[in-house]
Design a protein around this ligand. Structure first.
Ligand code: ATP
Ligand code: MG
Length: 417
């Protein structure tokens, strides 16, 4: 689990602000759910056979002896909330969420145990157009952030019946070659055989080249649906690759599955992933509700943006005013005046060192502030302060009363708002 220091939070805020704006323009509203849920939500909603539920969850008994889990992903919680508050009877819902998720994985670059996602869930949308729209929202956000070198990969997992048929073929095929599979894949033959397709083991991958294909198992209706998704993306000029091995890690997906990957992230290449999950709401006790969603990983996105240099100029928010002050009367004036200026909208830092003016001025310069407010002992006793322009060499200083300062701060504050 990692700390985010101010230099990084400035970047994160930029990403979050962009995301919020894209969601607003796409008429998607924010939902916030608790970090802690009863374990059963995830074991039922994600599936016992998945890595997430099988070995990655932070699960414990609370003081009331209930099994609780720190959320490993957002979808199950959003669906629970929509069911619990009866939102689905009010028509289709468009949600986004953001925040920390927890998975007990092997930490490495782009993979933490507490990580952050931003995600979108469209509940009550059956049409192919919603698949295309949701993918476009993710694609446009990443493009607007300036992340280059991305690839959109898509696949169709077909309907439940398609997958049941395919599963049988695949289990038989894998079973006959179990001795050639890596141990993880061997264990998955009967618990989660589709996930074997997704194996990162090179030998298993080579073997799978001849495995029966899920694409061939799709019935004509599912195939037509997938063709429509592709035509929809074509119409928006969003480029994509067909990846017939792409199966998402979670059990509840059907039909469209997609990932947006970057070649610059090493082994942790997926920035964003999602797809259609028509069965989940019903599985969690709600009405039959087709749905589509995705989640993107903030850490991986921030890594990409840092590599692209797109965040360099986005340091912490700039400072307007640095208060230089020394001596009892001066120091007593500093905070009240700073508060006045802050109330007017300015970003103000007070030098609290009590050190010599020369040292305080050096810090004022280093702070990047536009102005210095200088409060000396003599001026303080006269009830005036000095305003110094730190950017314009040769500009003359202004002597102001607290009243004048307040008026000045209001005009400046309006400008910086
Ligand atoms: P992966 O195959 O990389 O483990 P996943 O299929 O488990 O990903 P999802 O559950 O679909 O991932 O989560 C969506 C996104 O969240 C991922 O594409 C990734 O960007 C991010 N993500 C998932 N797990 C982690 C993690 N442990 N640390 C950082 N980011 C993560
Ligand atoms: Mg994972």
């Amino acid at each position: 689990m990692v700390d985010l220091l101010p230099e990084q939070t400035a970047h994160w805020q930029l990403i979050e602000a962009k995301a919020r704006d894209h969601f607003r323009r796409a008429a998607i509203s924010e939902i916030r759910t608790p970090l802690l849920e009863v374990t059963e939500l995830f074991s039922r909603g994600i599936g016992e056979a998945t890595d997430v539920v099988g070995k990655e969850m932070y699960t414990f008994l609370d003081r009331g002896e209930r099994s609780c889990t720190l959320r490993p992903e957002g979808t199950a919680s959003v669906v629970r909330a929509a069911i619990q508050h009866g939102l689905l009877s009010q028509g289709a819902q468009r949600f986004w969420y953001g925040g920390p998720m927890f998975r007990y994985e092997r930490p490495q670059a782009g993979r933490q145990r507490q990580f952050h996602q931003i995600g979108v869930e469209l509940l009550g949308f059956a049409d192919v157009r919603s698949d295309v729209e949701a993918i476009a929202v993710a694609w446009d956000l990443l493009a607007d952030l300036g992340v280059g070198g991305l690839a959109l990969e898509i696949n169709s997992l077909g309907s439940g019946a398609d997958r049941a048929r395919y599963r049988e073929q695949l289990v038989a095929w894998l079973g006959a070659r179990a001795d050639q599979l890596d141990p993880d894949s061997q264990a998955r033959i009967h618990t989660n055989p589709l996930r074997v397709l997704d194996s990162k083991n090179p030998q298993t991958q080579a073997l799978l080249a001849d495995a029966p294909s899920l694409a061939d198992a799709l019935d004509p209706e599912s195939q037509e649906r997938f063709a429509q998704v592709q035509r929809g993306l074509d119409a928006l000029a969003i480029p994509y690759l067909l990846n017939r091995r792409l199966v998402r890690g979670l059990d509840y997906y059907s039909h469209t599955a997609f990932e947006i990957t970057s070649s610059q992230l090493g082994a942790q290449a997926t920035v964003c992933g999602g797809g259609r999950y028509d069965g989940l709401v019903e599985q969690l006790g709600g009405p039959v509700t087709p749905a589509f969603g995705w989640a993107l990983g903030m850490e991986r996105l921030a890594l990409l943006l840092a590599q692209a240099g797109g965040l360099e100029e986005e340091g912490p928010a700039p400072l307007d005013l640095y208060v230089v002050n020394r001596g009892g009367a001066a120091e007593a004036m500093a905070l009240p005046l700073a508060r006045q200026c802050r109330a007017a909208g300015l970003a103000v830092e007070i030098d609290a060192s009590g050190s010599a003016f020369g040292k305080q001025f050096k810090r004022a310069d280093r702070s990047g502030a536009r102005w210095a407010l200088v409060i000396g002992e003599e001026e303080a006793l006269d009830g005036v302060v000095v305003l110094k322009d730190l950017r314009q060499a040769g500009a003359s200083d202004q002597r102001l009363t607290p009243q004048d300062l307040s008026t000045w701060a209001r005009t400046q504050g309006l400008g910086s708002c």
